[in-house]
Design a protein around this ligand. Structure first.
Ligand code: GDP
Ligand code: GDP
Length: 439
């Protein structure tokens, strides 16, 4: 069943314009719905795989007997009764009117989910005029410009989200087959970087090829594994010699930093026989600062006994606790053990780093989180999170908008982070949360 969206609002706020946007004009007025009345417009719309029906109440012509107010009320009631979700359209340039208040009063009691679209807001996204519409008691005013198409898509996503949930979001995830995963293998000398890379390149399922324009010695190897393209980027402390890699003596921090900066995903390799050294912790710190996705590979797992393994896990826990989001993989490059799960972890870290998180889903997540545990008030300030959107990828950034958010403490941010991670299944990538306060 297609969900039905009703557009209601007083004349001239832009309902018909918005209707045309929602239906892309193509079938703005359709005649094939039974019982269609002349004064209500029905249209079919689709975003991605989501199909819906839109009702526009804008096209009616009030008669002399009924008068505009009565006719509008009747139209609105009919459309609302038929709808699954209502978009109440107001006009930021015209400002609030008595009619808006009348419609709002009716909608508050109608028992339907209502979104408040503040139209004609082109160039006014951050205008204080928008806040005035809170007065209607319909919720957060959503700025749109129907004429310019601004904010229309996110309004639609918001309206449809309850009916389709997250299922469509997965379709929009970064299609990993398209772009190569830029991968850097970092670690101090002797942890086994060249052994691992040579083991990879010798794998049957891995197809290495020379990229045009790169010299034979360049450490920049594109390859493909299980249909996933990778690009091994210039890895610090290695030299390519013909078809194999060999370690070079001098460890270079700058090279390491460049490799990390250049990568999407960093594999930080540790030597199980050595424990976690200061240098390992430093490299881990650089990776964290860079925001890159990271997987911890504990190499030479073959060379230590079970007691040493326990001690090692403890020292990782103690010294690399700030990389707790990174999956830990045990492997032996020499014996080619654990390479399959390592590939899987690298792919998952990459997918997490490029996860698309829609505004409605993020907004609902922060609202749910606040309902479960509200941010502590700080003196006279009560932090209020209004909505959230994605501000970037690799690392994923979640921007939360609201009031008095400067007072939200770190433990609350960690709580939010945990909930967002759990919902989107984010592993192997840092997640940044930014608060933006309107006051
Ligand atoms: P309705 O049918 O009463 O809901 O409103 P219409 O869709 O007919 O639009 C009323 C007027 O507002 C028209 O002149 C539109 O061109 C104009 N309008 C619609 N949307 C926008 C917008 O986003 N920005 C501006 N500046 N004007 C708009
Ligand atoms: P790199 O400097 O990080 O490139 O380290 P190398 O790949 O040159 O490895 C340093 C030493 O560790 C070599 O003697 C390797 O044979 C050894 N090595 C590498 N991987 C393993 C492993 O998984 N197990 C064991 N026991 N030794 C390894």
């Amino acid at each position: 069943m297609k969900p039905v969206i009703a557009l209601v609002g007083r004349p001239n706020v832009g309902k018909s314009t918005l209707f045309n946007r929602f239906t892309k004009s193509r079938d703005a007025i359709v005649a094939d719905y039974a019982g269609l009345t002349r004064d209500r417009h029905y249209g079919d719309g689709r975003v991605g795989k989501r199909e819906y029906i839109v009702i526009d109440t804008g096209g009616f012509e009030p008669t002399a007997e009924t008068g505009i107010v009565k006719e509008m009320a009747k139209q609105t009631r009919q459309a609302v009764a038929e709808a699954d979700v209502v978009i109440f359209v107001v006009d930021v340039r015209g400002g609030l009117s008595a009619q808006d208040h009348d419609i709002a009063r009716y909608l508050r009691t109608a028992g339907k989910k209502v979104f408040l679209a503040v139209n004609k807001a082109e160039g006014m996204r951050d205008s204080p005029l928008l806040a005035e519409f809170h007065e209607l008691g319909i919720g957060e005013p959503i700025p749109v410009s129907a004429a310019h198409g601004q904010g229309v898509r996110s309004l639609l996503d918001l309206a449809l989200d309850d009916f389709f949930g997250d299922e469509d979001d997965s379709l929009e995830e970064a299609d990993e087959g398209e772009h190569p995963i830029r991968l850097a293998v970092a670690g101090r000398p002797n942890v086994g970087k060249s052994t691992l890379i040579n083991a990879w390149l010798g794998e049957e399922r891995l197809v290495a090829f020379d990229m045009p324009g790169t010299t034979r010695d360049a450490i920049h190897v594109p390859f493909e594994r299980n249909g996933q393209k990778f690009e091994l980027i210039d890895t610090a402390g290695l030299r390519r010699k013909g078809k194999v890699f060999e370690a070079i003596e001098k460890f270079s921090v700058v090279k390491t930093l460049q490799a990390i900066a250049d990568a999407n995903v960093v594999l930080l390799l540790l030597d199980a026989t050595q424990g976690v050294s200061d240098q390992d912790a430093h490299i881990a710190g650089y990776i964290l600062e860079s925001g890159r996705a990271v997987v911890l590979g504990i190499n030479k797992w073959d060379a230590i006994d079970s007691y040493q393994r326990q001690m090692l896990e403890r020292s990782i826990e103690a010294r690399l606790s700030f990389l707790r989001f990174a999956p830990i993989l045990h492997l032996s490059a020499l014996k080619r053990q654990g390479l399959g799960p390592l590939w899987k972890a690298l792919g998952e870290a990459y997918a997490s780093a490029f996860k698309k998180m829609s505004t409605p889903v993020l907004t609902r997540l922060v609202h749910d989180a606040a309902q479960h545990q509200a941010p502590k008030r700080s003196g006279a300030f009560r932090p209020k999170m209004r909505y959230a959107h994605q501000g970037g990828m690799n690392p994923p950034i979640v921007v939360i908008h609201g009031n008095s958010l400067d007072h939200v403490d770190d433990s609350y941010k960690r709580y939010l982070e945990a909930r967002i991670r759990a919902h989107f299944g984010l592993v192997g990538t840092p997640l940044r949360i930014e608060m933006r306060s309107a006051d």
